[in-house]
Write a protein that binds this ligand. Structure first.
Ligand SMILES: [Zn+2]
Ligand SMILES: [Zn+2]
Length: 337
């Protein structure tokens, strides 16, 4: 699997040219610890880079510096998405906001968060004295499902189940069609005729016959990714994860602490594996680990997931990059089975 190793010392200057407008779809892991940071894990923080969009999920304390280590610029961020207002998911907001202002980011940065936490958002947004920016626009969340178009994708938010109101997120690319060169050639469709067929859905040939788009192409589902943080097992988690290519999900505990998981509204690795299996997820990223575990415990998390889920599993570490798996990879895997 093409999971890239953590980058060390990958600092670079903040410029706007990096990756904007380029087709890059990957998760940049900035932090992986729940509750408190550890020597090896920062508080949460995740940037999902999707073509020109950059969804910054749950910037915990220290996110600004982790961005430097990961080679992420404030200019890369187009959304700040906060699942809920426990500190490990939002204490990095002041630093990130002030960095966006300081670096002169001039595109809109939308900020999604539970509307019930408006007071916390207001404090974090205005936590200290700085030369402010007007590019950050709030998008408080309420209700059962909220959708926003965002560049090439749709961002969807749904409620989760946690002691404080929590929302998970999902990014979807619209489906399209993949042209079949053999079928096009067989019907004599070539050059600019192909574009015309794609635009109009059918084409009248010089001999008067009609060629349709359906005859020369197959449906191509869009790619998708979901981000499911602090929650119990709930309908929202399944709806968000349904059929996604990449699922980033909390697995705070192992099953021997399932009583604690239930008490504090968290998932065990086994529960995360069950959600991934039921939803047909293609690549699973576990994160938000309790500080009681070390990296030596990671195989235990994978073992629990394996009770239910046979797909690709990544136990996230800080500064790791995880690509959104390509459709072509998936088709090759299926063909090899
Ligand atoms: Zn948390
Ligand atoms: Zn929480």
């Amino acid at each position: 699997m093409a999971v890239l190793a953590p980058q060390r010392g990958g600092a670079r200057s903040p410029d706007t040219s990096y990756h904007r407008g380029v087709s890059v779809r990957e998760l940049v892991v900035l932090g992986t610890s729940s509750a408190v940071p550890t020597r090896h894990r920062n508080h949460n923080g995740y940037l999902l880079r999707w073509d020109g969009e950059g969804f910054l999920f749950d910037p915990g304390e220290g996110t600004q510096r982790q961005m430097l280590h990961a080679g992420v610029s404030a200019h890369d961020i187009t959304w700040i998405c906060v699942t809920h207002f426990h500190g490990d998911h939002c204490l990095g907001v002041p630093g990130v906001v002030q960095r966006i202002a300081r670096d002169g980011v001039n595109h809109e940065v939308r900020a999604a968060y539970p509307a019930s936490g408006e007071t916390y958002w207001g404090r974090l947004r205005n936590a200290s004295a700085f030369a402010d920016t007007d590019v950050i626009t709030p998008r408080p969340l309420s209700g059962e499902v909220v959708r926003w178009p965002s560049g090439p994708v749709t961002l969807t938010a749904r409620p989760l189940s946690h002691p404080v109101q929590s929302y998970g997120y999902r990014v979807d690319e619209p489906g399209g069609r993949r042209m079949l060169p053999g079928e096009l050639a067989r019907r004599g469709v070539r050059g600019p005729m192909i574009g015309e067929l794609q635009r109009h859905g059918s084409l009248t040939m010089p001999d008067g016959s009609t060629v349709t788009l359906e005859e020369c192409s197959v449906p191509k589902p869009g790619q998708s990714a979901a981000f499911v943080m602090d929650t119990r097992v709930c309908d929202g988690a399944f709806a968000l994860a349904d059929g996604v290519d990449l699922l980033v999900i909390e697995s705070t505990f192992l099953s021997d602490e399932s009583a604690l998981a239930a008490q504090y509204g968290h998932l065990t690795a086994a529960q995360a594996g069950r959600i991934a299996a039921d939803c047909g997820v293609r690549r699973l990223v576990l994160t938000h680990f309790s500080e009681r575990y070390t990296t030596a415990d990671e195989p235990r998390f994978v073992d629990e997931v394996r009770t239910f889920y046979a797909g690709e599993v990544v136990t996230a570490r800080d500064l790791m990059r995880v690509p959104v798996p390509k459709r072509a990879d998936y088709q090759a895997q299926r063909a090899a089975k």
